[in-house]
Design a protein around this ligand. Structure first.
Ligand code: ADP
Ligand code: TYD
Length: 193
C-alpha cells in the first residue's frame, strides 16, 4: 500500500497510524518511505532535498535510482515473506512531481519508473487530498529544496494525482485529508480488511 498527496497532506501521519493498527491485528508490517528506505536511498534523499540545483531529468533519475534500490532491497523481500508493505510515497510521486509538475511528461516518467521497479505497483494507493492553504500552514517554514520549489507545483501535482485516481479507480482511494487525523485513519483502516 502506498500513500500519496502533496507535501503536508498527512501521508506520514496516516502511514504510521495504519501500520500501528495493522500490527495490533498481528500482521507483519514494513513501514518505509521514499526517497529513502535504504542507505543508498537516504543518501539520494540528502542530495535531492538539501543539495544544490539538480536538473529536472537528473532529479527524476535520482528518484528512480532510489526507488530501484528500495524495491530490490526492501520491498520485494518483504512481499516475498508475506509482509504488508506500507510506503510513504512511491512511483506516483515521480509521475506527479517530475512528470506533471516539472513538465517532463507523465508517460516518459512512468515508463522510466516501471522499468526500474520491474513493473511493481501497489495493490492500493491512498491519495490524501488537502487544499494548498492548509498544506502551507502545516508545512510551515521548515521547507527543503523540493518543498520550496514544490509549493509552486502543487496545483499541477494535485491535478495529476486526481487524473491518476480517475484512470485507476481500483487502485486509488481518494481521502479527504482536511479532517482530524483520527477520522482520516478510521476511513483508511476500513479499506484494509
Ligand atoms: P506529509 O507526510 O504528507 O508531508 P505529515 O503527516 O508529515 O504530512 O503532516 C504534516 C504536518 O501536519 C505535521 O505537523 C502533522 O502533525 C500535521 N498533520 C497531519 N495530519 C493532520 C490532520 N489530519 N490535521 C491536522 N494536522 C495534521
Ligand atoms: P517527503 O519528505 O515525503 O515530503 P513530505 O513529507 O513533505 O510530503 O518528500 C520530499 C519531497 O520529495 C516532496 O516535496 C516530494 C518530492 N518527491 C518527488 O518530487 N518525487 C518523488 O519521486 C518522491 C518520492 C518525492
Amino acid at each position: 500500500m502506498t500513500f500519496e498527496g502533496i507535501d503536508g497532506s498527512g501521508k506520514s501521519t496516516q502511514a504510521l497510524l495504519l501500520a500501528e493498527a495493522l500490527r495490533a491485528d498481528g500482521r507483519e508490517v514494513v513501514l518505509t518511505r521514499e526517497p529513502g528506505g535504504t542507505p543508498l536511498g537516504e543518501q539520494v534523499r540528502e542530495l535531492l532535498l538539501h543539495g544544490d540545483h539538480v536538473s529536472a531529468w537528473a532529479e527524476a533519475a535520482l528518484y528512480a535510482a532510489s526507488r530501484a534500490q528500495h524495491v530490490a532491497e526492501v520491498i520485494r523481500p518483504a512481499l516475498a515473506r508475506g509482509a504488508t508493505v506500507i510506503c510513504d510515497r512511491y512511483l506516483d510521486s515521480s509521475v506527479a512531481y517530475q512528470g506533471a509538475g516539472r513538465g517532463l511528461g507523465v508517460e516518459a516518467v512512468r515508463t522510466l519508473n516501471l522499468a526500474v521497479t520491474g513493473g511493481l505497483l501497489p495493490d492500493r494507493t491512498f491519495l490524501i487530498e488537502i487544499d494548498g492553504a492548509t498544506a502551507t500552514a502545516r508545512v510551515g517554514e521548515t521547507r527543503d529544496r523540493i518543498e520550496r520549489d514544490g509549493a509552486a507545483l502543487w496545483d499541477r501535482v494535485a491535478a495529476a494525482y486526481r487524473e491518476f485516481a480517475a484512470a485507476e479507480p481500483d487502485r486509488f482511494v481518494r481521502v479527504d485529508g482536511c479532517r482530524p487525523a483520527e477520522a482520516v485513519a478510521a476511513e483508511i483502516r476500513g479499506f484494509c480488511g
